[in-house]
Write a protein that binds this ligand. Structure first.
Ligand SMILES: Nc1ncnc2c1ncn2[C@@H]1O[C@H](COP(=O)(O)OP(=O)(O)O)[C@@H](O)[C@H]1O
Ligand SMILES: O=COP(=O)(O)O
Ligand SMILES: [Mg+2]
Length: 555
């Protein structure tokens, strides 16, 4: 079989103006970036605002292996399959981060015959949105350190600056550093830290902002740290929000591209779901709902992360109601959850798969708590045996769960017809969507609702810092915000080694941070890091470009 990039490079790409025309988008509502990418204008958003909204479908997954289980691939394949069955659908994805592209997972443009294209552009610089987010974030950092250098009128406590620099790269050497070295002309020395751009508050703000005014307001509300008297300081205290918003003017507009089968795709925003809220932007999702009868979108990692945050943060803020959920399960991930090492998960092993079924069961039960019809998508890999597939289908039947065997990786839209039919039917079932918790509950109660009802934890252990932060957040009147738990994606717990369906465990809430601009409270658990590191053999080592500009090795 050809590699992902070889399939993508052989695709018959249509001009982006043709893809736009399929959606009724006028040429003057499109801002092309070359012939195959474009941003969608504010004028379009205004013109279609009164259109009836389409149906919203979320794609999530069980706990993944490090390679990922095919949510993006399934989202793309389902979008293609909907066209095959004559349904008018758009897919809405997050933009890939350079961290995984050069790290372990590789790109995030789907795979096989279900990819979005041009995949090299999408996986690398795309339309520059993540670079703009990095620049806006680091402009604020430069203004913080400059304010201190210029006399520190705000009396910023240099030991309590909470806003970190960012870079869209897996670079562990930047996790902890000292800035301002070199003497009086070069700044004031202080400890600082980098996080990966996709975990930054500016990324979260871009994904939740409804327009440029809302964006600027949110940016101004970013907490940068404290004065030495303990006063909370904001980006607006440095008059930074205007310049930051100006840097993000174009990044705020959703991007239009296409799938291998020339069906439309919006890509906008790219937060990870383990260390951030894991959903593409509200603007892109809302716009897509006004342009098509079905919108298929994905949220990162398993339902314990991306799907829970999609429901309780994104849908709540955007007033969205999902009409169906696709739960991607793979035989390899079930074996992984059944205790098989990741490099052995392609070997036939029904027993191990059966042992790992408890993880699928947990995710089905989790998603049922949101009151939205579910379809399990068995994402078929070449190594899957008929016996394993039959056993998995039998499990779904016994569980009373709708399911479909999906072969969109190997066959594109043709491999997703049954899934598409099942999903359309699911969207026509009565739903009773509801959030997991009410915002007016105490912060600890919201945290413990997620950890017990979704993760299956027995309790939460709060560090002294976490306890103090929760008290301070509630005393400042900000306790009525959603919670965004940062934890490992490999386990329902905060311990990556607890696979399957662990019970009786304790989740450790180590750090609690108020993202005042984004409007949610981050709870960092276990040993989660906001700046990943590259692996021993980075994917970057196999990426190359020839004299004609042809890129290879991206996957
Ligand atoms: N059915 C499949 N067979 C082979 N490889 C697959 C299949 N589905 C997905 N992949 C590959 O697995 C990796 C993860 O897929 P992706 O869709 O990015 O998962 P997720 O979005 O859940 O992280 C990608 O390299 C993709 O090409
Ligand atoms: O945030 C993680 O997203 P994927 O699960 O699509 O890799
Ligand atoms: Mg993905």
């Amino acid at each position: 079989m050809l590699s992902d990039i070889e399939i993508a490079q052989q695709a018959d790409m249509h001009k982006i103006t043709q893809i736009a025309a399929q959606l009724g988008i006028q040429p003057d509502e499109l801002e092309p970036y070359g012939q195959y990418k474009a941003k969608l204008s504010d004028a379009l958003e205004k013109r279609v605002a009164q259109n009836p909204a389409g149906k919203l479908i979320l794609v999530t997954a069980i706990n993944p292996t490090p390679a990922g289980e095919g949510k993006t691939t399934t989202t793309v394949g389902l979008g293609q399959a909907m066209a095959k069955i004559g349904r008018n659908a758009i897919i809405a994805l997050r933009e890939p981060s350079l961290g995984p592209v050069f790290g372990v997972k590789g790109g995030a443009a789907g795979g096989g015959y279900s990819q979005v294209i041009p995949m090299e552009d999408i996986n690398l610089h795309f339309t520059g949105d993540i670079h703009a987010i990095t620049a806006a974030n680091n402009l604020l950092c430069a203004m913080i350190d400059n304010h201190i250098q210029q006399g520190n009128a705000l009396d910023i406590d240099t030991r309590r600056i909470t806003f970190k620099r960012c870079l869209d790269m897996n670079d562990r050497a930047l996790r902890n550093l000292v800035v301002g070295m070199g003497g009086p002309a070069n700044g004031v020395p202080r400890e600082d830290h980098f996080m990966i751009t996709v975990a930054s508050e500016v990324m979260a703000i871009l994904c939740l902002a409804t327009d440029i005014t809302d964006l600027k307001t949110r940016l101004g509300k970013i907490i940068i740290g404290y004065s030495r008297s303990g006063k909370i300081l904001y980006a607006s205290d440095l008059q930074a929000q205007g310049a930051m918003a100006a840097l993000l003017k174009d990044a705020l507009k959703p991007n239009l591209v296409q799938t291998l089968e020339n069906t439309p795709c919006l890509i906008h925003g790219g937060p990870f779901a383990n260390i951030a809220h894991g959903c593409n932007s509200v603007r892109a999702t809302r716009l897509a709902l006004k342009l098509a009868d079905y919108v298929i979108t994905e949220a990162g990692f398993g339902s314990d992360l991306g799907a829970e945050k999609f429901m309780d943060i994104k849908c709540r803020y955007a007033g969205l109601t999902p009409n169906a959920i696709v739960l991607v399960a793979t035989i390899r991930a079930l074996k992984y959850n059944g205790g098989i090492p990741k490099d052995k998960c392609s070997e036939p092993n029904v027993d191990a798969m059966q042992a790992g079924m408890v993880n699928l069961e947990a995710h089905i039960e989790n998603l049922q708590k949101f009151g939205v019809p579910i379809v399990v998508a068995i994402n078929r890999f070449a190594a899957d045996t008929d016996e394993e597939i039959a056993a998995l289908e039998q499990f779904c039947k016994a569980k009373g769960a709708d399911f479909a065997l999906s072969e969109v990786f190997a066959k594109g839209g043709e491999g997703g017809r049954d899934l598409a039919q099942k999903v359309v039917a699911a969207t026509e079932k009565p739903g009773s969507f509801h959030y997991l918790y009410d915002l007016d509950k105490p912060v600890k109660e919201k945290i413990e609702t997620i950890t017990t009802k979704i993760y299956g934890a027995a309790k939460v252990a709060y560090s002294a810092d976490a306890e103090a932060a929760i008290k301070e957040i509630e005393a400042a009147g900000s306790g009525n915000l959603p919670v965004c738990i940062a934890k490992t994606q490999y386990s329902l717990s905060d311990d990556p080694n607890k696979l399957g369906r662990p019970t009786g465990f304790t989740v450790s809430a180590a750090v609690v941070r108020l993202l005042n601009g984004a409007g949610f409270i981050v709870v960092e658990t276990g040993a989660i890091m906001t700046m990943p590191g590259l692996p021993a053999k980075p994917a970057a080592c196999q990426i190359d470009i020839d004299a004609d500009g042809n890129i290879s090795g991206l996957f």
